[in-house]
Design a binder for this molecule. Structure first.
Ligand code: 5GP
Length: 171
């Protein structure tokens, strides 16, 4: 594996995003919605740098992709918090094609929040196809498969404290 993003760089990027959220959401009591599983490490570092009132909830989604590239997102569990009229911030680990965040965004939109924004640690901008902006981005990264800092390969490697490129010899 080759290190792509060091823990020091992750830390300063998480700091920058937290500072922006602290500024943008003062007195707005945002609801952070963490998309499991991958975003739990980012969420946990991010919220400890937040110094305004926030609330936190979780959703879990699974994406299945078949060879015909008909793609489907399954919600594994739903929110327990009401989001009507709330300022919500969706917390993602990575946006690749954008299919997952697009589905989640549209799902929340019909629940009529006051506002929606999105924070993602990693963004494969060159591949994603979205018709809305990503408000808070840690790093724009190449299209290679990455692991660590919450991101898995077959459920493993989430515990690495920086982000690595997986090479063929690692498979
Ligand atoms: P999407 O293509 O819908 O934007 O991304 C779907 C999901 O694929 C992400 O939420 C993430 O779980 C997974 N994914 C996409 N790219 C990577 C990657 O480079 N590494 C890992 N570990 N997961 C990825």
């Amino acid at each position: 594996m080759i290190e792509l993003i060091s823990k020091e760089k992750i830390d300063s990027s998480v700091n920058r995003i937290a500072n922006q959220i602290n500024f943008d959401y003062e007195d707005r009591n945002p609801l952070f919605i963490s998309v499991l599983s991958g975003s739990f490490v980012f969420l946990s570092d991010l919220i400890r740098k937040i110094n305004i009132d926030i609330e936190i909830d979780f959703i879990k989604v699974n994406s299945y992709k078949n060879l015909k590239s008909t793609e489907k997102i399954n919600f594994k569990f739903d929110l327990s918090t009401k989001i009507k009229n709330r300022n919500i911030i969706i917390i993602e680990d990575i946006i690749d094609t954008g299919l997952t965040i697009n589905t989640i965004y549209n799902y929340f939109l019909q629940l009529k929040p006051k506002s929606i924004s999105i924070a993602t640690l990693l963004f494969k901008k060159d591949r994603s196809n979205l018709n809305f902006d990503i408000d808070y981005v840690g790093f724009n990264i190449p299209l290679d498969f990455v692991v660590g800092y919450g991101l898995d390969y077959n459920q493993k490697l989430r515990n690495l404290d920086s982000i690595f490129l997986l090479e063929n010899k690692d498979l």
